[in-house]
Design a protein around this ligand. Structure first.
Ligand SMILES: CC(C)(COP(=O)(O)OP(=O)(O)OC[C@H]1O[C@@H](n2cnc3c(N)ncnc32)[C@H](O)[C@@H]1OP(=O)(O)O)[C@@H](O)C(=O)NCCC(=O)NCCS
Length: 385
C-alpha cells in the first residue's frame, strides 16, 4: 500500500488553524488592528494603564473605580516574593539565561502558594493576580542580581511600572520613564493564540494547575522566533554599529538567507499596530542627549526603511513589536537580558486570561501528526545488526 495514500492536508506550524473560540483578543492581521476585549490597543496605550488592562483581560470588562482600586491594592500586596525564590534567583542569575531563571522562579512559586492546587475559578483568579504581580518582581530581581547588586524589596506606594524600575535600579523612578514602561507592559500584555499562549493552553488543557501551565508558557516564550526577538534585534543593531552601515548589513544578511529579528509575523501581513506605538517612543530618542540612544534610534529607523523597501510590500514582512522595543528599554536603563523577562511579566496577564477562559469549557489539546515512516519492519536482535 502506498503510505501516502489518503494523506491529509498538513497545516505546518498549525498555520491557519482555528482550535477554539475566545473573547480575550482579536488580532486583525490584514488591517493591522489589535483589540483586547474589544478595545483598540491604541486607546488602551493612550488612556489606560497596565493594571487596568490586566483587570480587563482577566474579568472581560473595564473595572469601576472601586473595582480598580481593590484590584490595584491586591496587585500591590502580591508583589513580594518568598525568600527561597529570591535566594534561588540569586543562586542562578549570574550563570543561567534570565528566562531560565525566571521560568524556575515562576515554577517555584507554586510551592509557596497554599492555593496552588485549588482549581476553583475564584482561586484561579487570585493565583492569576499573584502571578501577574510577582512575575514583574521576579523579572526586576533577575536584572538586579545580574548587575551584581543587592535585592530591593517592592514598594507598595509605587505603581506597577514604577515599582519594577525601582526594584531594578534601587532608585525612585522618573514618572515619564515609568509611563513609557507601563505602555510597554500594556502592548505586550496579550496577543491571542501566539505560541506561548498556546503552550499555556496545551499544558492547562490536561488539567495541570495554573503554575504548571504558565511555566510551560515561559519555556515557549524564550525562543528568538517569539519573545527572544527583542533582545536579538538590539544585538543586531549593536552589530550594525552606525546608520551608514545598515544597508550593507541588511543586504548581506538577506543575501545569506538570514532572518532579521523583529520583522515578520505569522498573523500580521501589514504593520504591527504595537510596533507603531513603540516606534513613537523610539522617534523621540533621535533628539536624546545620549549618543548611544540617538545612534540606536537612527539604526532602527534606517533598518526599518530598508526592510520595508526590500520585503515589506513584496513579501508582507513588516516590523513587529520586538524591533523597536530594545532601544526604548535601553533609554529606560533596562539591560538587554531583562527584555524577554519583561515580555513574560506582561504576557502573564494574557496567559492567565486565556487559561481561565479555556477551562470554562476545557478540551484536551491533542492534534494529529501524519505518520510518514515505515511499517511492519522486521526486528533484528542487536547482536545480528
Ligand atoms: C515571526 C516568524 C517566526 C513568522 O514565521 P512564519 O509565519 O512561520 O513565516 P516563515 O518563517 O516561514 O517566513 C516566510 C518567508 O518570509 C521570510 N521571512 C520571515 N521573517 C523574516 C525576517 N524576519 N527576515 C527575513 N526574512 C523573513 C522567510 O525567510 C520565508 O521566506 P521564504 O518563503 O523565501 O522561505 C518569522 O517572521 C520570523 O522568524 N521573524 C523573526 C523573529 C521575530 O521577529 N519574532 C517575533 C515575532 S512577534
Amino acid at each position: 500500500m502506498d503510505i501516502n495514500e489518503g494523506k491529509p492536508e498538513i497545516h505546518a506550524g498549525l498555520e491557519g488553524i482555528y482550535f477554539t473560540e475566545s473573547s480575550v483578543c482579536k488580532v486583525d492581521g490584514q488591517q493591522g488592528r489589535l483589540y483586547y476585549r474589544g478595545y483598540p490597543i491604541e486607546t488602551l496605550a493612550n488612556s489606560s494603564n497596565f493594571t487596568e488592562v490586566a483587570y480587563l483581560l482577566l474579568y472581560g470588562k473595564l473595572p469601576t473605580g472601586q473595582e480598580l482600586d481593590a484590584f490595584d491594592a491586591q496587585m500591590r500586596e502580591e508583589r513580594s516574593l518568598p525568600g527561597e525564590v529570591i535566594a534561588e534567583i540569586g543562586r542562578t542569575a549570574a550563570r543561567a539565561h534570565p528566562m531560565d531563571t525566571m521560568r524556575t522562579a515562576i515554577s517555584m512559586l507554586s510551592a509557596y502558594d497554599a492555593e496552588a492546587y485549588n482549581d476553583s475559578p475564584d482561586a484561579n483568579m487570585r493565583k492569576s493576580i499573584r502571578l501577574i504581580s510577582k512575575s514583574a518582581s521576579i523579572a526586576a530581581t533577575i536584572g538586579r542580581y545580574r548587575s551584581g547588586k543587592l535585592y530591593v524589596a517592592p514598594d507598595a506606594s509605587l505603581s506597577h511600572a514604577e515599582n519594577f524600575l525601582y526594584m531594578l535600579s534601587g532608585e525612585k523612578p522618573d514618572k515619564v520613564d515609568a509611563r513609557i514602561l507601563d505602555v510597554m507592559f500594556t502592548v505586550h500584555a496579550e496577543h491571542s493564540s501566539n505560541a506561548s499562549t498556546f503552550g499555556v493552553l496545551v499544558a492547562g488543557s490536561t488539567l495541570a494547575d495554573l503554575y504548571s501551565s504558565v511555566t510551560a508558557g515561559m519555556a515557549v516564550l524564550k525562543g528568538p522566533l517569539h519573545g527572544g526577538a527583542d533582545e536579538a534585534a538590539l544585538r543586531m543593531m549593536r552589530e550594525i554599529g552606525s546608520a551608514d552601515n545598515t544597508e550593507r548589513y541588511i543586504d548581506d544578511a538577506l543575501a545569506g538567507k538570514k532572518k532579521i529579528m523583529g520583522f515578520g509575523h505569522r498573523v500580521y501581513k501589514t504593520y504591527d499596530p504595537r510596533a507603531r506605538i513603540v516606534r513613537s517612543y523610539l522617534e523621540s530618542l533621535l533628539s536624546s542627549p545620549y549618543e548611544e540612544q540617538r545612534n540606536l534610534a537612527q539604526i532602527a529607523l534606517s533598518a526599518e526603511k530598508l526592510m520595508i523597501d526590500r520585503l515589506g510590500k513584496a513579501k508582507g514582512i513588516w516590523p513587529n513589536i520586538d524591533f523597536f522595543a530594545g532601544p526604548v528599554y535601553v533609554s529606560l536603563g533596562i539591560p538587554a537580558e531583562v527584555f524577554t523577562p519583561i515580555f513574560a511579566a506582561a504576557r502573564m496577564a494574557g496567559w492567565c486570561a486565556h487559561m481561565l477562559e479555556y477551562w470554562k469549557s476545557n478540551k484536551l489539546l491533542r492534534p494529529l501528526e501524519y505518520y510518514s515512516g515505515q511499517l511492519d519492519l522486521d526486528y533484528v536482535p542487536v547482536e545480528k545488526r
